[in-house]
Design a binder for this molecule. Structure first.
Ligand code: EPZ
Length: 417
């Protein structure tokens, strides 16, 4: 299994280009199931999760063509409605094929996605939403089976905002008979871009990006060319890395409008930030201010940036507090940061108190999930000595060529086979 070795102490300087967003690409690629024709996706990141969903679609019978940064999916050839355990277990977001399959074919069998390191990750809201649209749902031998002659538009109220739940049901409702209304919907940019793409394919969706989304069902959707939006979490990760190393980087090809929460917190921590149309410059300051954050659904501070921010706070002046309100077990990286000399205490499982220390010390550490791996990379960049991070396959799921991008910014980082 690959490891990454980082010798800390270097300031990040220069320019970095942001890749397409994993969490936008996954639902968009799943939406090709809805279309009896070929969809061409561009600005597609080269990530393990993208390969996983492509393999899943190919297993369903879709024809996929891959070229650098592009993915073509022809859903007209799909002849199977079962997403197998072996494929789904590799990536929980495979649940995103459930809504499109039952909407287009009236039948779907998808392996229950297991939990993961950060939480149980239930899909009850996905299932109750499909039942509201008239599907009959059964769960047997670890598989979800959904059936419906044709889905019928309905009102769906989410107990709490769910990103993939909103995406799954928005996709399913596009082919339902009549009107659907999703209330307490998630408002992430990935929802907005999915709605825009579906509308380009002939869907009738309004309100994406607000808590109330209405979908007027249509008989069928048609092919369209879709460009993936920039990855706001990759953008935020590089911003935190620049602040932590007291560097000066220009992040290009990003969408500043999608990272307001991150910008405001980084400014409060003392970073100097210049915002341009599709790029952002971050200059770190010698003294990092301790600040408190609470993770919330968009447009609040994103939970996917919590681990990276915790690393920054380990070397801030004074004490800070992080409240993880979205997932129940998203502080695993704290144990690894403690091994690097950080001063962190966790209470009630979701409140972390961090007392800033002068510097972290390099150590062998282990990644536990995608964003935890990013927090350990940032820790390695600022620690005294050489840090080795194992289980970096977690990082390869969501960060395209990260060691190459960091090397170009001056980091002393290399992957070891
Ligand atoms: C999406 O996961 C993202 N993944 C996650 O990114 C992200 O952390 C999360 O949204 C929150 O922003 C993708 O988009 C592929 P949720 P998702 O449903 O949709 C509970 C990363 O690092 N819930 O919004 O699975 C759930 O347990 C990944 O890129 C239910 O209880 O998250 C959580 O507490 C990690 N029942 C809360 O809602 C449900 O049916 C929000 O989860 C669904 C969710």
């Amino acid at each position: 299994m690959d490891k990454i070795q980082i010798t800390g102490g270097r300031k990040l300087q220069g320019e970095v280009n942001i890749s397409g967003a994993k969490n936008a690409a996954l639902p968009l690629i799943a939406s090709s199931i809805l279309v009896n024709g070929k969809i061409c996706f561009t600005n597609v990141p080269d990530l393990m999760d993208i390969t996983s969903i492509r393999l899943l679609l190919e297993d369903l019978g879709a024809e996929c063509n891959v070229s650098p940064g592009c993915l073509e999916v022809d859903g007209s050839l799909i002849d199977k409605i079962e997403a197998e355990y072996d494929l789904v277990r590799k990536m929980r977001a495979s649940i995103l094929v459930l809504g499109p399959l039952v909407a287009r074919f009236g039948h779907a069998k998808v392996s229950m996605p297991g939990g993961c390191a950060i939480g149980a990750r239930p899909v009850n809201m996905h299932l109750s939403g499909l039942e509201a649209l008239g599907a009959t749902i059964s769960i047997e031998h670890g598989y979800i089976e959904a059936k419906a002659d044709r889905l019928v538009g309905s009102e769906i109220y989410f107990d709490m905002p769910t990103v993939t739940g909103t995406e799954n049901l928005m996709m399913a409702a596009t082919l339902a008979k009549g009107k659907s209304v999703l209330r307490n919907a998630a408002r992430e940019p990935e929802i907005v871009t999915l709605a825009q793409a579906l509308n380009k394919m002939g869907a009738k969706i309004e309100g994406a990006g607000t808590a109330i989304i209405t979908i007027e069902g249509v008989k069928e959707l048609h092919p369209a060319d879709i460009k993936i939006i920039p990855d706001r979490i990759e953008t935020g990760t590089f911003m935190v890395a620049a602040a932590a190393t007291c560097g000066d980087i220009l992040i290009k090809g990003c969408e500043p409008d999608h990272i307001g929460g991150i910008i405001s917190k980084l400014k409060a921590a003392g970073a100097i930030i210049e915002i341009f149309k599709d790029s952002i410059r971050v200059v770190g300051s010698k003294t990092i201010q301790s600040i408190d954050i609470k993770t919330l659904p968009y447009p609040g501070f994103p939970t996917d940036m919590q681990a990276q921010f915790m690393t920054l706070m380990t070397i801030a002046t004074g004490n800070s507090m992080i409240h993880e309100s979205v997932f129940e077990n998203r502080f695993i990286h704290a144990n690894e940061l403690l091994r690097m000399g950080a001063d962190i205490s966790i209470r009630n499982g979701n409140i972390a108190s961090i007392r800033g220390v002068k510097e972290l010390q390099a150590a062998p550490v282990m990644a536990s999930d995608l964003r935890a791996s990013a927090s350990l990379v940032i820790a390695g960049l600022i620690a005294k000595g050489t840090t080795t991070i194992s289980r970096v396959y977690h990082m390869d799921r969501g960060y395209e060529a990260i060691e190459k991008k960091l090397s170009l910014l001056g980091a002393d980082i290399k992957r070891m086979k």
